[in-house]
Design a binder for this molecule. Structure first.
Ligand code: NAD
Length: 245
C-alpha cells in the first residue's frame, strides 16, 4: 500500500504533537502545521526527514490554502487531514466578554476547519481520504463561561456531519473526536490563572484524572485508519466518562 500522507494542524504542541507522533509511528509521512514555526521544525526533525514542518495560520484563508498546497507539493499527496489547531477562551463570565475575542475563537476553530477541509477534499478528489476534526466536551455539554469555545466546538460537530454526508460518495470519511480535559498547555493556563480548580475537576471526571495527549492521539489514529473504514459522521467522546455523567 502507498505511504499515507497526514497533515496535522496545531502539531507543535499538546494533542497535535501527540497525534503527529502516533501517525508517524503508524507509517504515515506527516506534515506538521502550526503558527509556531521554530517549534514545528524541531518537532518534524525529531520525527525524521520524511516529515515536514509547515508554517500556517489556519484562521487565515490564504495561509490555510498554502498549507495544503505545500503538503501536496512536498509530500506528493494528501490522505489524512486532522483539524486540531485551536485556542482556549478567556474563561471570563459572559457579561465581561468582548466580541473581538469571541470572533477570534470562531475564526480559528470554524474558519480553520472549513477552509482546510475544503482544500483537503480538493486534494483527495479521485482517491478518497479521511478528515478528523477536534471538537470538545464543550461542544456537546454546557460549560459555564465557555460560550464562544462551546459554539465553535458545536459548530465543528455540525460541520463534521454535513461534510461526512456530502463527501461519502467521494470516499472521504469525516469524523470528530470530543476530548474532555487533557494535560496540555491549554488547560495548564486555566489552572495557573485560577480559573479551574484541578482537584474539583478531577472529582467530576468518572475516570478521576485528565487525559494524556497520547490517549487522544490513539482515538484519532483509529478514526483515520482503515480500521474505521465504515465510520463516518461520528463524534467520538474521549473524555474519561465526562459526557456520560
Ligand atoms: P495547545 O495549546 O497545547 O496546542 C495547540 C497548538 O495549536 C499550538 O501549538 C498552537 O501554536 C497551535 N495553534 C493555535 N492557533 C493556531 C492557528 N491559528 N494556526 C495554526 N496553529 C495554531 O492545545 P491542545 O490542548 O493540544 O488543543 C488542541 C486541540 O484540542 C484544540 O482544538 C483544542 O480546542 C482541543 N481540545 C483540547 C482539550 C484540552 O483539554 N486540552 C480538550 C478538548 C479539546
Amino acid at each position: 500500500m502507498q505511504t499515507q500522507v497526514a497533515l496535522v494542524t496545531g502539531a507543535a504542541d499538546g494533542i497535535g504533537w501527540a497525534m503527529a507522533r502516533r501517525f508517524a509511528a503508524a507509517g504515515c509521512c506527516v506534515a506538521l502545521a502550526d503558527l509556531d514555526h521554530d517549534r514545528t521544525a524541531a518537532r518534524a526533525a525529531e520525527l525524521g526527514d520524511r516529515h515536514l514542518a509547515v508554517r500556517a495560520d489556519v484562521a487565515d484563508e490564504a495561509s490555510a490554502i498554502a498549507m495544503v498546497e505545500e503538503t501536496v507539493a512536498r509530500l506528493g499527496r494528501l490522505d489524512i487531514l486532522v483539524n486540531n489547531a485551536g485556542i482556549g477562551d478567556s474563561h471570563k463570565p459572559t457579561l465581561e466578554q468582548d466580541l473581538a475575542t469571541f470572533d477570534r475563537i470562531l475564526r480559528v476553530h470554524l474558519d480553520g476547519t472549513f477552509v482546510a477541509s475544503r482544500e483537503a477534499a480538493r486534494a483527495m478528489a479521485g482517491q478518497g481520504g479521511a478528515i478528523l476534526n477536534v471538537s470538545s466536551i464543550a461542544g456537546l455539554t454546557g460549560l459555564p463561561r465557555r460560550n464562544a469555545y462551546g459554539a465553535a466546538k458545536a459548530g465543528i460537530v455540525a460541520m463534521t456531519k454535513s461534510m461526512a454526508c456530502e463527501w461519502a460518495g467521494a470516499g472521504i470519511r469525516v469524523n470528530a473526536i470530543a476530548p474532555g480535559y487533557v494535560g496540555t498547555a491549554l488547560v495548564a493556563k486555566l489552572f495557573e490563572a485560577g480559573r479551574i480548580d484541578r482537584g474539583r475537576l478531577e472529582r467530576r471526571i468518572p475516570l478521576g484524572r485528565l487525559a494524556d495527549p497520547a490517549e487522544i492521539a490513539e482515538a484519532a489514529w483509529f478514526l483515520c485508519s482503515p480500521s474505521a473504514s465504515y465510520v463516518t459522521g461520528a463524534v467520538l467522546s474521549v473524555d474519561g466518562g465526562w459526557s456520560a455523567y
